[in-house]
Structures are given as C-alpha cells and as structure tokens.
Design a protein around this ligand. Sequence first.
Ligand SMILES: *Cc1c(COP(=O)(O)O)cnc(C)c1O
Length: 425
Amino acid sequence: MVANEILFSVAKEYMPGGVNSPVRAFKSVETAPIVVKKGFGAYIEDVEGNRYVDFLMSWGPLILGHAHPRVIEDVEKAIKNGLSFGITNPYEIEIAKEVVSALSSADKVRFVNSGTEAVMSAIRLARGVTGRKYIVKFDGCYHGHYDSVLVNAGSGVATFAIPGTPGIPEEIANLTFVLPYNDNNALKELFEKRGEDIACVIVEPVAGNMGVVLPKKGFLKTLRKLTKKYGAILIFDEVITGFRLAYGGAQEYFGIWADLTILGKVIGGGMPVGAYAGGNTLMEKVAPEGRIYQAGTLSGNPVAMASGLATLRVLKKTNPYKELERRTLYLTEEISKLLTAKGISHTVNRIGSMFTVFFTEGEVKNYNDAKRSDLKLFAKFFKKLLKNGVLIPPSQFEAWFLSTAHDDNVLTEALERIEKGIKEL
Ligand SMILES: *Cc1c(COP(=O)(O)O)cnc(C)c1O
C-alpha cells in the first residue's frame, strides 16, 4: 500500500468513513481518496509528494489560491496576538464594514462559523420576523446540513417534502416546500395557494450544488416580485457566489437584491467563517438589538476574520473578476473541444470562475436535468484526471473553481494533463 492508502485506512478506523465531511471519501467516484499535505497557488500535494492542479479549491473559498502570501501574512500577525478573546476585536469591525459596503442590500452583518450556521440563523430570523412557519427551497440546492433545508423534493409541485436523511422529524420536514429550480409557474402556484404562510424563500442565485446551474432569465426577478407581494423574506444563499461572481456577489452580477444574504467560503479565505447580512429593519431584530437569539463562542474569531479581511482586500484592490472569467471561459472551451474530439456528449454550465462539465446532452436547467448525467463516465473521467495530476470535485453535482493563481501557464499544464486523461478514457 502507498502512503495515501495507509493513512486513509487509519482514518477510517477513527472517523466515520475516514472523513469529517462525506464527499471527501470519494465514494461516488469509486476511487481511493488522497490525503493532502499542502497547497500552494493552484496546486496541492498529497502525502506521497504527488502534485495536482487543483480545481476543487477547498470547494470554493480559495479564490486567491492556496497559501496566498498576503492572507498568510495577515493571519500570522493575528495569531501572534492570541487565538480567541470572546470579546469584540478590530478585525470583525473592519470586515463588517467591508461586507456592508459590498452589498447594497445590507446595513448590518452577523458573523458565524459556517455557511450552515448562517442559514440556520437567517431562517430563524425570517420566521421570527414574519411569525410564519413555512419555508421554500429548490430541488438540488444545498444550504448546509440544517434540518429544515436538508430535505428532498417530494414528487410534483408544492407537495410536502420528505426527509432527505433519517434523523429529521417529519414535523420539521413538512414545514419545507421544495420546488424545481427555474420553474416560475410552480413558484406562482405555490404562492397563490400558501403565500401568506411562507416565512422565506431560500435560493442559490446561481446553483452550485447540483453542479453549476444558472438562473434562467426572469427566475430571480419572479422570486423577488412574489416574495415582496406576499411579505415573505427572500434569502439569497451566496455562500459560493458571494465575492466570487463579483465583489457584490450574484446580487451585483444580476442587479437583484435579496432581503437577507448568506455568506461563507470566500469570506473566510480558507478559515471557518459564515455570515448573514441584511437591511436594518431585519438585522435590528437580532439579539442583543432585538429578541431573535443567536450566539457563538468563536464567532468573529480574530484569526478567521483576519484571513477573510485580507482576502476581501486583495479582491477589492485587484478586481480580478474579468480576468478570472476570461481564463475560465478559455479553459471550458478547450475541455469541451477535447471531449467533442473523443466523441463524448457533454454540456458545460459556466458563469464567472465556476463551472461544471455535465456528461449529458442538452440544457441543464434544474436538478432533474443534472441527474441525467452519465455518472459512471464521470467517475472514470475523475479517476483519469486524478491519475494525471488534476484534482476536480469528486462528484458530478459540484462546481469546479478557478482562482487567481490559475494563470495561463497553469491552464496550459492542466489542459495537457486533461487531454491525456481524456485520451485514456
Ligand atoms: C457550502 C455551502 C453551504 C454550507 O456551508 P458550510 O460552511 O459547509 O456549512 C451553504 N450553502 C451553499 C450554497 C454552499 O455552497
């Protein structure tokens, strides 16, 4: 056995599946997982010293690449002053100012430790403010592992959801309506029937967790209109898109503003950070200003805040979004050419620096479309790429990410390796 396998077999003895988050076990791609020793720029290295061009990028946070010098420097500075105070520190104040200035839908922000925690808190706020119980989510969207949002779609429109995992009581799952993504009619129908009972609609303004699926023209607008009309809170889960599609996230990109915004991933620059933000009328209801309780021993942690703040400052100063988009477009076009040359049918969904190569023909506009993908072929593709030194997300239903460290040289190297992998298919 090689080092990766030896270590992972020990991991399996002491942690469920050997991991602390399920997809890391590489189960759906039927591959032995690697164990990562370090990352630098666009690359990671496993414990055997194998180097991979990384398009997973820790599932999205690392928009500046691994171990960006400015981020590391600021984190080192922060660490020297202590790891946690449990009392307000200057980094929190600076990054709060930055978030509020980036989002014209936000006057205030509350920091937490993960996207999941931010979603949970925002839904509580929406329910508390509206006095309503029901929430709406979309099939294939992921909002963390909080009970209310971890439910499958029931068949058909506006049917009650069933729990997606044992351990979620029916009574909780029944408070969540699940609709197909990009389906304006289903949305209208549900609101006409139950609009007055709905506390909030939570949506990924660009879906990243069924693979990348873009909102069709009019979808987000319809959401905005209906929630306003019926007095429901519109929550944009921008854990992936925030500070990635644009500095002001999907809201700036599409010019549609939510009532509450969920942030995570990029905002921590690789450290565990989540946040929810919104206008004063909502955020003033959060304790201690208001009565809706939410707290955290390590929330606003100085080291995590320093990492996030350094990341945001570099993004603001360098404004890399156009260049990231150009490089991503180039990469996806080249991958598409290689697959076509091999006679493999596929669809690439891309926006900004995030994309998914679906092994299916035709438009992918919702989870049902995404599920038509050839998962066996994806697993083979993943394996060949890994073997040739390219790491992509170990699931068809995830997004690939570029960072600013993925320059033209890296992309050339990556494409050579991807070409080899595809030829071996
Ligand atoms: C990753 C993700 C979450 C959950 O964030 P965690 O930090 O993993 O809890 C929530 N929403 C979206 C859209 C995500 O991509």
